[in-house]
Design a protein around this ligand. Structure first.
Ligand code: HEC
Ligand code: HEC
Ligand code: HEC
Ligand code: HEC
Ligand code: HEC
Length: 505
């Protein structure tokens, strides 16, 4: 282009070239200046529009890493804050949540007495209640009678907006602070939390970068756990970013804040807390994902784990049988990861924080709660059935899981009685080794599904598979204990009808 223009301008010899005439240069300078101003203006405009798209909020106040009080963020994002505050409301569904006027939720261990027997020798047999909304998490933890037994500061990882305190404990390094925190007693760390002014339940800063508002993961337990999972060779069909990382250089550990997709983060933020873990006084909080996220892979992680003093990993010794037990904790993230929704890219937030219209804008409902209270936004965007049909599909899944769980609990109780009878007749640890091994495995599976909070919904077939294994292991354990004790056969309790214990609608 330029070449052609130059050659065509050469023949006009009579006139000096345009740029050499008086005023020509000035014109060029002015035109160039105007053009560059126009381009700058256009670029600025595009940039601003981009920023607006990403960040369409008017900030009334600046928020930063140490702002754990959601009320301050609420001035900038009132719609999200309104939803967040509603987590204080009490709600109830057939199998979920909690409602009622009493100060604390109902005791699970009174409703299902087998839970109490299963946890005999552990703090959960003292006090184990229904969960409720996020606004209550710190107060409910402070109120539990499980604190009558010594508990570690690790408990606060998931019940408070703890990051500033971790940074303080680690002289600016949150990961270091986290690794120290298990050595501090719950009471001492909780007192520090209150002194520091950060005694708030999970807050905006725990899931959002205060500058960009992008989703992010803050909790050290998750960061370490998910990177160990990435290092494993367990298939990860629900996490494409893990598969991509595995196929890459692997020179740096998998980091969800750099590697995960936005959609994955819509579940990872919940996986900071709704998971299985070790949380006590012998070592830092640990998410057991080095062999995968399935119940049996997690069991294998714990079985391969030893405490720092070299002793075998356990959560407690069962008071009646002496078995070394693994306590399962709310593995929502893990069970969900095995279901069809995770595999189809449906995130926790899709169902528990669905989009809703607020005037002209789309807002994620920050009233995190049971999707059964919000079927319209939570399910019907993808499933075009009427509300009654959707509810009934969920009910079928939950009722089946519930009945199977009661059946597996019955067989577990029968095994416990058989082991007890063998003990009473003088059997020692080595004679009962097989039975105690079966108890550990069976109880882990019953507990995995009963402490998971969706009553099987997050992965129905997987839930029933796990319970099926629990029944098999319980009966094998029972037979093993009875064989030793053939002269005095164990008296199994009559198998109660699982349907009789279903909650009403
Ligand atoms: C496809 C929708 C869907 C997805 C995705 C999903 N859930 Fe759920 N979740 C449900 C349903 C349905 C229930 C059962 C609610 C009930 O019984 O009232 C439930 C129950 C729960 C409960 C107990 C709620 C209560 O009121 O007691 C928790 C906690 C939970 N889910 C967390 C999670 C987490 C964390 C994730 C992601 C790792 C997740 N869910 C993914 C639909 C979903
Ligand atoms: C910092 C830890 C933490 C994070 C992050 C977290 N939760 Fe929770 N969640 C809890 C605790 C603790 C409770 C129980 C509070 C209680 O019973 O006092 C709870 C309760 C719930 C309940 C029961 C609500 C009710 O009304 O019964 C649901 C549903 C739930 N969470 C879903 C989610 C989802 C979905 C996410 C991610 C968007 C998430 N949570 C993120 C710790 C967390
Ligand atoms: C990895 C995250 C995490 C850690 C660590 C944790 N919790 Fe929780 N906690 C949760 C979640 C999620 C729930 C809600 C789901 C449920 O109730 O099953 C919950 C529920 C509770 C509840 C209400 C229901 C109940 O069980 O009675 C109490 C009380 C509680 N936790 C106390 C504790 C104590 C004490 C510790 C330390 C020993 C602790 N938590 C450590 C995540 C955690
Ligand atoms: C447990 C994690 C969690 C907490 C706590 C949380 N959010 Fe969110 N927030 C989310 C998720 C998930 C989304 C959806 C983001 C997406 O799809 O990219 C979201 C989206 C948003 C958005 C983007 C617009 C929208 O509604 O989708 C804003 C703004 C926001 N949150 C503000 C807040 C504020 C303010 C608080 C505190 C009052 C808060 N969030 C607390 C998880 C959380
Ligand atoms: C973002 C889309 C999306 C949302 C939201 C969603 N689902 Fe699904 N659901 C799917 C997909 C995809 C499947 C897999 C079946 C398929 O591929 O057609 C599925 C499957 C199911 C199944 C069959 C489960 C199985 O294991 O066979 C049930 C039941 C179901 N969904 C109920 C619900 C309920 C209840 C909600 C709301 C709490 C919900 N879904 C929310 C997309 C969604």
């Amino acid at each position: 282009m330029t070449d052609t223009q130059e050659t065509t301008s050469i023949p006009s010899r009579q006139k000096p070239p345009f740029w050499a005439r008086r005023g020509g240069l000035a014109t060029i300078v002015i035109v160039a200046a105007l053009a560059s101003a126009a381009v700058t203006a256009l670029l600025t405009d595009i940039f601003e529009k981009k920023v607006e798209q990403r960040n369409p909020w008017v900030r009334v106040v600046e928020v930063g890493e140490d702002d754990t009080d959601a009320a301050k963020w609420g001035q900038n994002w009132p719609a999200q804050y309104d939803g967040y505050k509603r987590t204080a409301l009490l709600t109830k569904t057939r199998f979920g949540g909690h409602a009622g006027s009493e100060a604390l939720p109902e005791e699970k261990i009174e409703r299902d007495p087998w839970l109490k027997k299963m946890f005999h020798g552990y703090a959960f047999s003292i006090d184990y209640r229904d969960r409720r909304g996020h606004a209550h998490m710190l107060a409910d933890q402070e109120a539990t009678k499980r604190l009558d037994k010594p508990q570690s500061g690790s408990c606060l990882h998931c019940h408070a907006s703890i990051m500033p305190l971790y940074r303080a404990l680690g002289n600016g390094d949150a990961m270091k602070g986290f690794e120290e925190s298990f050595k501090v007693s719950y009471q001492d760390l909780n007192a520090k939390l209150h002194e520091s002014g950060h005694a708030h339940p999970v807050s905006c800063v725990d899931c959002h970068d205060p500058t960009s508002m992008a989703l992010r993961v803050t909790r050290p337990g998750f960061l370490k756990g998910i990177s160990a999972f990435a290092e494993s060779d367990a298939p990860a069909p629900a996490f494409s970013s893990v598969e991509i990382w595995r196929g890459g250089e692997r020179d740096k550990p998998y980091d969800p804040n750099l590697d995960a997709s936005r959609n994955e983060l819509r579940s990872f933020v919940c996986g900071q807390c709704h998971v299985e873990y070790y949380c006590s006084t012998k070592m830092p909080l640990e998410f057991p994902w080095s062999k995968g996220l399935k119940a049996d892979q997690i069991e294998a992680h714990w079985d391969a784990r030893a405490f720092p003093d070299g002793s075998r990993f356990l959560d407690y010794k069962h008071a009646e049988t002496g078995a070394e037990i693994l306590k399962a904790q709310h593995p929502e993230f893990e069970l969900w990861s095995e279901g069809i929704h995770a595999r189809s890219g449906v995130s926790c937030a899709d169902c528990h924080m669905p989009y809703m219209r607020e005037g002209a804008t789309k807002v994620s409902d920050h009233w995190v709660r049971s999707p059964m209270l919000n079927v319209n936004h939570a399910c019907q965007v993808c499933h075009h059935y009427d509300e009654a049909e959707i509810k009934s599909r969920v009910d079928v899944i939950q009722t089946r899981t519930h009945d199977m769980m009661q059946r597996s609990a019955n067989s577990l109780m029968a095994m416990l009685d058989a082991i007890k009878a063998a003990r009473a007749a003088g059997a020692n640890d080595s004679q009962l080794a097989d039975a105690l091994k079966f108890q550990r495995s069976a109880q882990w599976r019953v507990d995995f599904i009963s402490s998971e909070n969706s009553m099987g919904f997050h992965a129905p077939q997987e839930a029933v598979r796990i319970l099926g294994e629990a029944i098999d292991f319980s009966r094998q354990g029972e037979i093993s204990a009875m064989k030793w004790n053939q002269s005095k056969p164990a008296t199994s309790p009559p198998t109660t009808n699982p349907a009789a214990t279903r909650p009403s609608d």
